[in-house]
Structure formats: C-alpha cells, structure tokens
Design a protein around this ligand. Structure first.
Ligand SMILES: [Zn+2]
Length: 404
C-alpha cells in the first residue's frame, strides 16, 4: 500500500475532544489504502506487510492532518475593495450595509453572473486553497437570496464535487440578510426560506446544513428559530452566525437549536459561554473577519477555559474576510485570540471536523480516518505559525491522492 515517509515530525490531534492535545511522532510514516489511513507511527516500526514498495517522500517536512476550512462563502461574483477603503477611512460595516452596500451589493453581481462563471471563480479559489494544505471546505450560499438563485449556488457547490479534488460541504444560508425586494415584508421572506427553500434544498440533497445570520441588520432570534426548526424537520443540521457585531443572544439560540456550530461570537456573553459549555455546539472563530472589521476578537481563552471546543476558519467572503488563507487565520487565532499554535491547529483540523459533523472521519491521522494530510516546510507547529510565510505548505493529499 502507499506509504508517506521522510517525515521529520508528524503532529495530529490525539482525540476529538481535548483541544490542543496532540500526538507527535518523530521520523514518522503513514500508510493508507482506499483513501483511508491504515497505519501511522515511527517509520522504524512500520509493519513489513504494509511495505510493497510504493513510497512517497515528505522531504523531511512536518506532516499534519489536511486542514479543514469549516466556514466560507465561496461562491460569489465581484469584489468590494471600495468598501474596504471606506472602512479603513472610518465608516462602519452597518453604515455601509444600510446604504445598499455589503451583502446586497454582492447579491446583485452574483445574480448577474452565469452558472459557469460562478463555478470558474470557485475553481480558481479552490486551487489556491488546496495549495495551502486545506483538504475540506464548507461552502455557504447566501448571495442569491431568492428561490432560484439560492438553489443555483448550491448546485454550483454540487458541480464542484466532481470538478476538483477537495471535499465540499454545502450549507444553505438563504437567511444571510433580508433582500431588498422583501424590505417591507420580512415575514414573507422568512416563510420563503423556511417553507420552500429548506424543503427544496433537502429533497435535492443539495445541503448538509442550514445557517442563519442573527444580527440587527439580518434576522431576529425568533426568525432564526422558525427557519432552523424547518431545517431540523427536513434533516438539515443547524449553524448560526452569532453575536458578531452585537450580543444578540446567538450563542444561547445555537444551543437551544442543537446547532453543530455557533460562528463568530466576538460579542458572546458570559451566559452564552456557559450555555455553549454545557452543549455539543462547537464555537467557530473567524479572526480574519475580526481583523478586517477592526472588531474585538472572539474571547477564545474564556471559551476554552469553560471547556468549549473552538474551531478556526477563514469566513472567506468578498466583504469582511476577503482572504481564504487558513494558516493566516490560525496565526491570527494565536496573536489576536491567544490560542496556542497547537490549539489553533486542533481548531483547524479536529475542531473544524466537529463543526461539520465529520469528527469521526476527518481531522486526525489515525487508522480508519481519511488519508487527508498536508506537508509543511517547518520543524514543528510552533515554528510554522510563528515564522509566518506566504505559503509553507509543500504537498497536499486528499484521500491518499496528491492534489498539490
Ligand atoms: Zn460568514
């Protein structure tokens, strides 16, 4: 079976539960078959029965599980650099959104793009993402905001699964903001999402999750309950954009709706942290968004102290986090949120797998799990995230196949 060796150090989360607790193996080897890890350990102890001469070299690098970006808005058309400059000059995200900028601007350009243009944009991003050592990407809709365009974005994600090698997990985020056409009639849009879009996405198998943006410019907790209750009835898991710009009780709502993850949480309250700690909901930190919006970062240490698992993701989108660089987000999780490099790596592997409901299949290197891994030109994880470079990843493998 294929074997990867010449591994200076292999670092993998030791378990699904304990954040930052890693298993490290010097001079390691990994063997796999049919896309799954069969054996991992010190090369000197590789069973001879696994060795049939198909050796690959990690070039003396660091090997970690393939990174998982558990929060992106991958499919969109058009960038918003002008808003970036406006925010630099002091205007707020909420002010820009109130004047038709923000999400609404991207909705207009995305609706105007063809299906193939959207696919091509995603493929270009995914090539860049794969080169960074990322092997799985969660992708949200949310720039269609009507029945046809939201389903079209989910079909773009379905098309990607057969047109490039990374694993794609699709999420319906029709409840991203109230579209202009429904400004005077919010109830009708909530009903469109809950009663028509959720059932349609579920019956076509187009999404695994349903997400709602709970914020003063978006949806109320009560509207989110209506949408997520429909999602649960139709077999879609729940996610929430929660407590990003204000404390809107999003963490408590995520727990009440049994959400797989509560994402952002920059303004999470002590009560929200306590409720998350008593639940199975994963907190997803998005430090690139905090940085671009000049917001206080998620209080990751308080969450970790309370026992809440904290994943790390990019929030890649054309407005508030226009970078898909997950190792950069991991470095920012260290510098802005005071997570250790081991905690940040755990958050972008085992923690992110948990946020997607794949904790028993992805995010760790051990027998039976996916043979997804990245080779990094660094002596260890601390040095990788400390001596930050444009790209330290030299190889990316998905299901035992080299894709970068
Ligand atoms: Zn987001």
């Amino acid at each position: 079976m294929p074997i990867l060796a010449d591994i200076r150090l292999l670092v993998t989360p030791a378990s699904e539960e304990r954040q930052g607790v890693m298993r490290t193996i010097s001079d390691a080897a990994v063997a796999w078959a049919d896309g799954r890890v069969v054996w991992v350990g010190p090369r000197a102890r590789l069973p001879s029965t696994h060795d049939d001469g198909k050796w690959h070299s990690a070039g003396g690098g660091l090997v970690v599980p393939g990174l998982i970006d558990c929060h992106t808005h991958l499919a969109f058309a058009g960038w918003r650099a002008a808003e970036f400059v406006e925010r630099v000059l002091g205007r707020s995200y909420l002010e820009i959104a109130a004047e038709g900028g923000g999400i609404q601007r991207t909705v207009a350009t995305t609706r105007a793009a063809t299906f193939e243009q959207l696919v091509a944009g995603c493929l270009e991003h995914l090539r860049g993402i794969a080169a960074l050592g990322v092997t799985s990407v969660e992708c949200k809709s949310g720039y269609g905001l009507d029945f046809g365009h939201e389903l079209r974005l989910l079909r773009v994600y379905r098309a990607l699964t057969s047109r490039q090698p990374l694993r794609i997990v699709a999420t319906l985020l029709a409840a991203h903001t109230i579209p202009d056409e429904y400004r005077g009639n919010r109830e009708a849009y909530v009903s469109l999402v809950a009663d028509r879009l959720v059932p349609a996405a579920a019956s076509e198998g187009l999404a695994r999750y349903c997400d709602v943006f709970v914020e003063e410019t978006a949806f109320t907790p009560e509207e989110a309950r209506t949408i997520l209750a429909s999602a649960a009835r139709h077999g879609l898991g729940a996610k929430l954009h929660a407590d990003q710009l204000t404390d809107g009780g999003g963490a408590a709502l995520a727990v009440a709706m049994h959400a797989a993850s509560a994402d952002h949480l920059e303004h999470v309250s002590d009560d929200g942290i306590a409720r998350l700690a008593a639940s199975s909901t994963v907190a997803v930190s998005l430090p690139l968004a905090s940085l671009y919006l000049r917001q206080p970062p998620m209080p990751a240490r308080a969450l970790l102290r309370a026992g809440v698992p904290v994943a790390v993701a990019t929030d890649f989108n054309p407005g508030t986090a226009p970078s898909y660089h997950l190792p950069l987000a991991m470095m920012l999780a260290c510098t802005l949120q005071r997570m250790t490099p081991a905690e940040a790596l755990w958050g972008a592997t085992a923690g992110a797998a948990g946020a997607l409901g794949f904790g028993s299949e992805l995010g760790r290197l051990e027998p039976g799990l996916a043979a997804d891994f990245a080779v990094v030109d660094a002596a260890d994880v601390d040095h990788w995230l400390y001596h930050f470079r444009a790209n330290a990843c030299t190889q990316t493998w998905v299901a035992g196949v080299r894709v970068h």
